[in-house]
Write a protein that binds this ligand. Structure first.
Ligand code: ADP
Ligand code: MG
Length: 698
């Protein structure tokens, strides 16, 4: 393999310096090995050649074999087209081109035999195929398989005649020139356990499948290998870290935790909250550093779990901090926590970007000398000037809002890393969590506090908005509050603000007897907070806002969430927004307003929202609809999602199996030092040499 990985691709048959340049620039393919790992994105069954006589009304893509009888150019201007009469002896069909006329007529000669590939259409009483693919009959390429791979190429490549077929040819001659077997990249014991085929066979069959069965086996082998090494890498580092860095031991549940539990806790914990607290207690007592992801749907009571976890730290002589993504949320947490902890004699402070200098200095000093027990804050917490006396517990709320970098900075605020609990209401599908967070343990709160009624979600077209206001008025008359949310994206900022302003004016006109406030990201933090506060205090009845309210805001009296232009939001975001209501005991409603004309995707998203309140179901659906690369949180997570063949949305089972096997191997041989694991070690070094070691960071 060494040779393949280092030779320049330009020396391959059919490539040369110019094409090599295109390969490098357009597809980042520089070596024969790169090319071997550039897989087809689809396969088309060309095993059957149809006759022209057989062609009927609605056929899929079919293959014909025959000769061009004649050419004719018809029409002028944009309607100009080239028509070839094509026959295979059983009949005649027209092949039509609207573009590349000169080129086509020169390239494909009258009287020669070609394979034609395309979708027949009825045109008047005749059949034709528009922009078919024509290939000289190539016994060698056409023979070995009925399944033909199709490769993605770029516009630039295509204009230099490097289309799928050209790539196929180059890869074909590369494979022909390979020595008998390539250096295997999985050790024998892994191949045996995974029951997969050898690398050489897999690579040959992924490009030129001999049978559909072998194609499946090739795909499985390559997907498995990809996921297996990803997991092996994650696990290897997490084991090393666990060995090197012990965690603080919180051996006792003490005075603060107990008196909070007995005196201050305003309600009974839910079963799920209790279970998660037990899981956390085991972690922090184990001597290992806790690295736990707490998933719980909006309103499931994660904050309380976080708070009680912080108390465990204080009971054992450590400081704790809670970081939230926005100032509003940090403030709300701070005020909530201060109230809950009243009378316990703990010093709690709030640190955000707008904390005044004097207070800031006071906080810096108190954190350093240990007189402050808890700090709640925003990104301001990770600044270098913030130093702790003895930080033992870091809680991060709505973790998907933070990047890996930011989180790791908190991590380094003590000589030993503190325990880390990250909380999220955007559940991450299991497969993704395994890949993105690798060694993070996961706890789930799958139970809402008692008395909550499921939110009723309604999808409404925007021409029926008026009829909706009647229902909204009823809620207002009952004393409830209402959110109206508008999308806001940077590229479209001007128009979006206009929509927001117009919406604000309309709402004021429709509900003159109620007070309407407005919040958006362009406002000064102080003004924004003041408007928020008016809503929190029930001075304002309706809040018109952008997604700044998406995360965390807690106004239990709000019972209606209207989302304008809902088609412009992703599923997770819609779910988050919906979670702003349904926080009290009253029946709440979420109304998704869209235009009448919807794409298939949007229609599905609305259906899912109407059907379920379950965040996990929604995030699975999101993964299926959008693919992992787009999922909120994965961009910032620092994982390059350059999986070549595995698909996290579809290959969950293979991933689970790969992870189990990787775990088994790392458990037996953490350093991969044994001879039978030599290949594994070498491969990992090759594959991950240049990548950031994000698995070291929680
Ligand atoms: P989230 O998980 O979305 O962060 P919160 O922690 O904000 O949820 O909790 C939502 C609301 O539920 C808060 O008003 C909180 O006080 C309340 N709550 C939390 N736990 C319980 C419980 N066990 N019983 C009743 N209410 C609870
Ligand atoms: Mg929360």
């Amino acid at each position: 393999m060494l040779d393949l990985a280092h030779r320049d691709i330009k020396y391959l048959q059919g490539v040369g310096p110019k094409r090599a340049d295109l390969f490098a620039k357009e597809l980042n393919i520089r070596t024969p090995e790169d090319l071997l790992y550039y897989f087809p994105y689809k396969y088309i069954d060309r095993s059957r050649t149809y006759t022209i006589r057989e062609i009927s009304g609605s056929m899929p893509y079919i293959q014909l074999k025959g000769e061009i009888l004649s050419y004719e150019t018809i029409g002028e201007g944009p309607g100009r087209r080239l028509i070839a009469r094509f026959s295979d002896g059983t009949g005649v069909i027209e092949l039509v081109w609207f573009k590349g006329i000169k080129f086509i007529a020169e390239k494909y000669k009258v009287g020669e035999t070609y394979t034609v590939f395309g979708k027949p259409a009825v045109f008047g009483s005749k059949y034709n195929i528009a922009h078919p693919e024509l290939d000289p009959v190539d016994e060698e390429l056409d023979k070995p398989t009925g399944l033909q791979g199709y490769y993605n190429t770029t516009e630039k490549m295509k204009s230099s005649f490097m289309n799928s077929k050209a790539l196929q040819k180059i890869i074909f001659s590369l494979i022909q020139s390979l020595p008998g077997a390539l250096t295997e990249t999985l050790p024998a014991h892994v191949i045996a356990k995974a029951k997969c085929i050898y690398l050489t066979d897999a690579l040959k069959n992924i490009h030129f499948p001999q049978t559909p069965e072998l194609l499946r086996k090739a795909e499985y082998r390559l997907k498995f290998e990809e996921l297996f090494y990803l997991q092996l890498n994650i696990l290897r580092y997490s084991r090393l870290r666990q060995q090197k860095m012990g965690g603080f031991v919180f051996s006792s549940i003490g005075q603060y935790f107990n008196s909070f539990y007995e005196k201050n806790l305003p309600f009974e914990l839910t079963g799920a909250q209790k279970r998660v607290l037990r899981e956390i207690r085991i972690d922090v007592g184990s001597g290992k550093q806790m690295n736990r992801l707490l998933q719980g749907d909006v309103g499931s009571g994660k904050t309380l779990v976080g708070l009680m976890t912080m108390l465990m730290a204080v009971d054992n002589g450590f400081q704790a901090c809670l970081m939230a993504p926005t100032e509003i949320l940090a403030t709300q947490h701070y005020e909530g926590i201060r109230k809950l902890l009243e009378g316990l004699g703990l010093e709690i402070v709030l640190l955000t970007g707008s904390t005044r200098k004097k207070q800031r200095e006071y906080i810096h000093k108190g954190l350093l000398d240990g007189s402050i027990h808890f700090v709640v804050g925003t990104h301001a917490l990770i600044e270098d000037t913030v130093k702790f006396n003895n930080l033992g517990m870091v809680i991060i709320d709505e973790q998907h809002r933070f990047g890996v970098e930011q989180r790791s900075k908190l991590w380094r605020k003590n000589v030993h890393p503190p325990h880390v609990l990250v909380m999220t209401a955007t559940p991450i599908p299991r497969t993704l969590a395994m890949t993105v967070y690798g060694d993070l343990d996961v706890s789930v709160i799958d139970e809402l506090p008692p008395g909550r009624k499921p939110i009723q979600t309604i999808h409404q077209f925007d021409n029926r908005r008026a009829s909706l206001y009647g229902a909204v008025r009823k809620q207002l008359e009952l004393g409830r509050q209402v959110y109206v949310v508008y999308p806001l994206i940077e590229e479209n900022e001007k128009l979006d603000y206009k929509n927001l302003e117009t919406g604000f004016e309309t709402i004021k006109e429709v509900f003159p007897e109620y007070t309407v406030c407005m919040v958006h990201g362009k406002m000064k933090p102080a003004d924004k907070d003041a408007e928020m506060q008016r809503f929190v205090n029930h001075e304002a009845h309706i809040m018109v806002a952008t997604t700044v309210i998406e995360v965390g805001v807690n106004v239990p009296n709000a019972s209606v969430m209207i989302i304008e232009s809902a088609e412009r939001f992703g599923l997770s975001q819609l779910h988050q927004l919906r979670g702003r209501v349904g926080r009290g005991a009253d029946q709440s409603y979420c109304i998704l307003i869209t235009s009448f004309k919807l794409s298939e995707d949007t229609r599905k998203r609305m259906e899912i929202m109407v059907r379920t309140n379950d965040g996990f179901e929604i995030s699975e659906a999101d993964l299926q609809l959008r693919g992992p690369g787009d999922l909120e949180g994965t961009q910032q997570s620092g994982v390059a999602f350059d999986l070549k063949i595995a698909n996290l949305a579809k290959d969950g089972q293979i991933l689970q199996f790969a992870r189990d096997l990787a775990t088994e191997i790392i458990d037996q041989d953490p350093l991969l030092a044994s001879p039978e694991n030599f290949i594994l070690k070498k491969q990992l070094e090759r594959m991950f040499a240049r990548k950031v070691d994000w698995s070291l960071i929680s």
